[in-house]
Write a protein that binds this ligand. Structure first.
Ligand code: SAM
Length: 292
């Protein structure tokens, strides 16, 4: 068996051989603890039937663990300095394709059909670059890719916000956006010491299992998400006040907004953070029709 890339000694040797210097602006914190990597792959339940999309392979520490268990891996890396390194480290793994591209600009549906079409299921597995965690996750979900799920390492604070329940400090529009599409769970917290260089924040692994249908049915998805964001715009304001701010001519329409809230059984004196996704869905449908 080849020695793991993620051991501190092998990582150091690879970095020295290529004279690689980390770019903080690209969120380059590489994992140097093989046990953490195998836990990520375990939580993703990757098997020989799985096609994996990886974001940011770095020098291939996680890619290698995925390649050993998955049918195929396609990995998007933005930093061209890593390409010759990956060419060497991935040479024992013919089931890996590295694509030199910013994942935010990638056509992922096309990538699935080009590289992973013979896989029975698709998972996204990654140690994400922390400066773009949320845009990456939202892209994966909004593009409605045929994913079973997403298992990623990210900042603990973001993981807490994603998996938060109503009436907690962490609960917000991000929790609702992601829980709308997935069942979200933080599966492990990870200390800074398993990275080189060490990040400034604590990390966590989150598992997002994509739902067959969104958690609630809404008539107008775009309006629902706008309403949710508006309800958290000023967290200390009441829901009614935030809504009046959000709705064009809100002040004049206050009686109609109050009547609509009453009809759906939601007290406008509550704060947005106390509303469940189901309540936001009910309110979104009712307000959207009432204001048409
Ligand atoms: N997977 C490696 C590991 O676990 O050791 C590296 C993870 S490191 C946290 C993030 C990686 O994402 C880096 O290799 C970085 O160059 C890459 N990256 C940053 N922004 C990216 C983007 N927009 N698209 C693709 N890769 C990106």
């Amino acid at each position: 068996m080849i020695k793991d890339i993620a051991t501190p000694i092998r990582t150091k040797a690879i970095l020295e051989k290529y004279g690689f210097s980390f770019k903080k602006s690209l969120g380059q914190n590489f994992l140097i603890e093989p046990n953490v990597l195998t836990r990520i792959v375990d939580h993703a339940e990757v098997t020989e039937k799985t096609g994996v999309i990886e974001i940011g392979p770095g020098i291939g520490a996680l890619t290698e663990q995925l390649a050993r268990r998955a049918k195929k891996v396609v990995a998007f890396e933005i930093d061209k300095r890593l390409l010759p390194i990956l060419k060497e480290t991935m040479s024992p793994y013919p089931n890996v394709t590295v694509v030199h591209q910013d994942v935010l600009e990638a056509d992922l549906k096309q990538a699935v059909s080009d590289y992973l079409s013979d896989c029975e299921e698709i998972m996204v597995v990654a140690n994400l670059p922390y400066y773009v965690t949320t845009p990456i996750i939202m892209k994966l979900l909004e593009e409605k890719l045929p994913l079973r799920g997403i298992v990623v390492m990210l900042q603990k604070e973001v993981a807490d916000r994603i998996a938060a329940k109503p009436s907690t400090k962490q609960y917000g529009s991000l929790s609702i956006a992601i829980q709308y599409y997935t069942e979200a769970k933080t599966v492990m917290t990870v200390p800074k010491t398993v990275f080189v260089p060490q990040p400034n924040v604590d990390s966590a692994i989150i598992r997002l299992l994509v739902r067959d249908e969104p958690t609630v049915a809404v008539q107008n998805e775009a309006y629902f998400f706008q309403l949710v964001r508006a309800s958290f715009a000023q967290r200390r304001k009441t829901l009614l006040n935030n809504l009046i701010h959000f709705i064009p001519n809100g002040k004049e329409l206050k009686p109609l907004v109050e009547k609509t809230l009453e009809e759906v059984g939601i007290d406008g004196r509550r704060r947005g953070e106390a509303l469940s996704i189901e309540e936001f869905a009910k309110l979104s449908d009712a307000l959207d029709s009432a204001l048409k």
